[in-house]
Design a protein around this ligand. Structure first.
Ligand code: BGC
Length: 268
C-alpha cells in the first residue's frame, strides 16, 4: 500500500490529502473543510465523508488514517479537551468504520505529527528519544524512542504551578492574553525545563502553527536539550495519519476490540 488518505481533524479545520508513503509527499492538493461549530462525532464524521468523497476517484476504497486531538487507546477515546465533550469514552474506531464504511485507523494528532517529523522532517532518523510538542489550541506531545512511538503521552496536561500546562503555555493562551513572544517564552521555559527534567530527551521538536515563527521565541529558551522547529508544518498531521494507518495495517493492534473481539477478555 503506497498511497493512503491522511485526514487531520483539528479544532478549526478538517484537512485531508493522499500521501505517498515512501516520500511523504501529497499526490493531490490538500482539501480542507472548516470543523463544524458543534464538533460532535456525527458532525465531524459527515465532514470526513465529504473529504473521502473528494478523493474517491483517485483512492477507491483505500484505508484512511485519521488524527484526533485526544488520546486514542486501542480505538477508544478516554477523554477529550478541545472538541465536543460527547467524544469522551466512545469507541471511536468502530464508530468511524461504521459511519464511513471502510477501514479507519485513529491516531492522536501530536503522535501523528511526531511520526511525520521522525520519518521525513526535523527529527528524520533520530537514534534517541525525541519529544515533539505541538503548540496550538492546546499542547500536544509525542514521544518517539529510536523510531518507535510511545503513544498517548499527554504532556500538555502536566500540572505546572497549579495549572494544566496547556492553559498556561499553548499558543492560544499567548493570543488570548495578548502576550509578547518574550513573555510567552517565560512560560515555555518553565514548561520545557519541567519536561526536560522528567524525561531527559535527546531532542525537542516544536510543531503547531506557531512553529513557523520559531525565530521569535526559541532563542529565549535556555535548555540542555537541543530544541528545533518542526519542518513538516501543516502537512505533519496528514502525513502522520497515513503513516499510522500503514503501521496499523502491517501490525494490527491485538488489544483493539475491532481487530480482536476477545481483546477485553481477562487473561486467565
Ligand atoms: C489533547 C491532546 C492533543 C493536544 C493537541 C490536548 O488538549 O489532550 O490529545 O494532542 O490537545 O491537540
Amino acid at each position: 500500500m503506497s498511497i493512503i488518505l491522511g485526514i487531520d481533524v483539528g479544532g478549526s479545520g478538517i484537512k485531508g490529502a493522499p500521501v505517498e508513503l515512501e516520500t511523504g509527499e501529497f499526490t493531490s492538493d490538500r482539501f480542507r473543510i472548516p470543523t463544524p461549530k458543534k464538533s460532535t462525532p456525527k458532525n465531524v464524521a459527515k465532514v470526513i465523508a465529504q473529504i473521502i468523497d473528494h478523493f474517491a476517484g483517485e483512492l477507491g476504497d483505500a484505508p484512511v488514517g485519521l488524527t484526533i486531538p485526544a488520546p486514542v487507546k486501542h480505538g477508544v477515546i478516554p477523554f477529550i479537551a478541545n472538541l465536543h465533550k460527547s467524544w469522551a469514552g466512545m469507541e471511536a474506531k468502530k464508530f468511524f468504520q461504521d459511519e464511513l464504511g471502510r477501514d479507519v485507523t485513529l491516531v492522536n494528532d501530536a503522535d501523528a505529527a511526531g511520526l511525520a517529523e521522525v520519518h521525513f522532517g526535523a527529527a528524520k532518523g533520530h537514534p534517541g528519544l525525541v519529544i515533539l510538542t505541538t503548540l496550538g489550541t492546546g499542547i500536544g506531545s509525542a514521544m518517539i524512542y529510536r523510531g518507535v512511538l510511545i503513544p498517548n503521552a499527554e504532556l500538555g496536561h502536566l500540572e505546572l504551578d497549579g495549572y494544566d500546562a496547556e492553559k498556561r503555555a499553548a499558543s492560544s493562551v499567548k493570543d488570548n492574553e495578548g502576550l509578547s513572544y518574550k513573555d510567552w517564552a517565560i512560560r515555555l521555559q518553565r514548561y520545557y525545563s519541567h519536561v526536560e527534567m522528567l524525561f531527559s530527551p535527546d531532542l525537542f521538536v516544536v510543531g503547531g502553527g506557531v512553529s513557523k515563527d520559531s525565530d521569535e521565541f526559541l532563542h529565549h529558551l535556555d535548555l540542555r536539550t537541543p530544541i528545533v522547529p518542526a519542518t513538516m508544518r501543516n502537512r505533519a498531521g496528514i502525513v502522520g495519519a497515513a503513516l499510522a494507518s500503514r503501521d496499523a495495517l502491517e501490525n494490527p493492534d491485538p488489544l483493539d476490540p475491532v481487530v480482536n473481539p476477545q481483546a477485553n477478555t481477562p487473561v486467565a
